[in-house]
Design a binder for this molecule. Structure first.
Ligand SMILES: Nc1ncnc2c1ncn2[C@@H]1O[C@H](COP(=O)(O)OP(=O)(O)O)[C@@H](O)[C@H]1O
Ligand SMILES: Cc1ncsc1CCOP(=O)(O)O
Ligand SMILES: [Mg+2]
Length: 269
């Protein structure tokens, strides 16, 4: 069932080519633009406060990523997010490094309080922090969580009344009531900077063609993870893996998701 949905949504992304407006960091911005293209959508990176409201109005999804945030960029995120909410355009928030500094944690909480966030996507440590001091980060990397991953993700979803994606070896997708797991992926994805940011771009591409952000998120993660599995079979290290990841997502056939998407309902055991 989930494979069929993922296959259908990937076909929709390739057909509709939604514009995915990113306000993001300067470390992975180019990777995010290109992974969006390889998914089949169309990226635009625009952060000037004078244009974001106009730009987001043409988008199918807005991706906010605080990886190299500044007060000015947070203002732009607020303006773009408010316009996206008015137009019912989905907003994906990647709270990169939440918990590492007061600025990052407070900026994330501010955006969550001011905007209707459709999907909050972070690594385990970031989501643990946002669930209420149940996680630790080191810079932008997840260090540890204090408890069951799914329980923490559910708690975070309940706290903020949004869909939460907790990324990792197994991705967890939950709205606080229903929880899905996605087991597609390759360990090399955890050893490359930018895979979390790129996951948010793929989440935005799929959210741009669906109104069910639980299913669009699980489908996006399955597609990205399956590309990672295929890249892992032909890479010699992190940087050749990165190139292969783009190529494999670009070449991914929707029918492959029908067969190989590893999405399951999670019922706590
Ligand atoms: N050990 C792993 N095995 C499979 N997939 C992984 C692994 N680690 C990370 N991933 C995948 O890589 C992407 C980034 O996840 P993660 O490393 O948790 O985020 P971040 O880069 O923000 O810390 C996600 O799509 C996730 O599914
Ligand atoms: C290293 C770094 N520093 C600020 S943003 C960034 C990239 C983070 O990318 P990801 O969250 O995908 O690992
Ligand atoms: Mg990240």
């Amino acid at each position: 069932m989930y494979g069929k949905t993922a296959s259908e949504l990937l076909t929709k992304v390739r057909t509709e080519k939604p514009l995915v407006h990113h306000i993001t960091n300067y470390v992975t911005v180019n990777d995010c633009a290109n992974i969006t293209l390889c998914t089949g959508a169309s990226p635009v990176m625009a952060h000037a406060v004078e244009e974001v409201s106009e730009m987001v109005s043409y988008a199918g999804a807005l991706v906010l990523n605080i990886g190299t945030l500044s007060p000015g960029q947070i203002k732009s995120m607020l303006v773009a997010g408010r316009r996206a909410n008015e137009l019912e355009i989905p907003v994906i928030l990647d709270p990169v490094g939440a918990g590492a500094t007061k600025l990052r944690t407070e900026s994330t909480l501010y955006l969550l309080s001011e905007l209707d966030i459709s999907v909050l996507k972070g690594n385990a440590g970031e989501i643990g922090v946002l669930a209420g001091s149940k996680g630790k980060v080191r810079g932008v990397d997840s260090e540890s969580i204090d408890g069951d991953a799914a329980d923490i993700a559910v708690e975070c979803a309940e706290n903020f009344e949004t869909i939460v994606v907790m990324s990792g070896a197994t991705d967890i997708v939950t709205d606080g009531n229903r929880t899905l797991t996605v087991e597609n992926g390759h360990e090399m994805m955890g050893k490359l900077s930018g895979t979390g940011c790129m996951a948010a771009s793929v989440l935005g591409s799929f959210a741009g063609v669906s109104e069910d952000y639980m299913l669009s998120s699980a489908s996006a993660l399955a597609a990205f993870g399956l590309a990672g599995e295929k890249a892992g079979m032909c890479a010699n290290g992190p940087y050749s893996f990165r190139t292969a990841l783009f190529d494999q997502l670009y070449s991914l056939k929707p029918v492959e998701l029908k067969v190989d998407a590893k999405v399951k309902e999670y019922n706590g055991v």
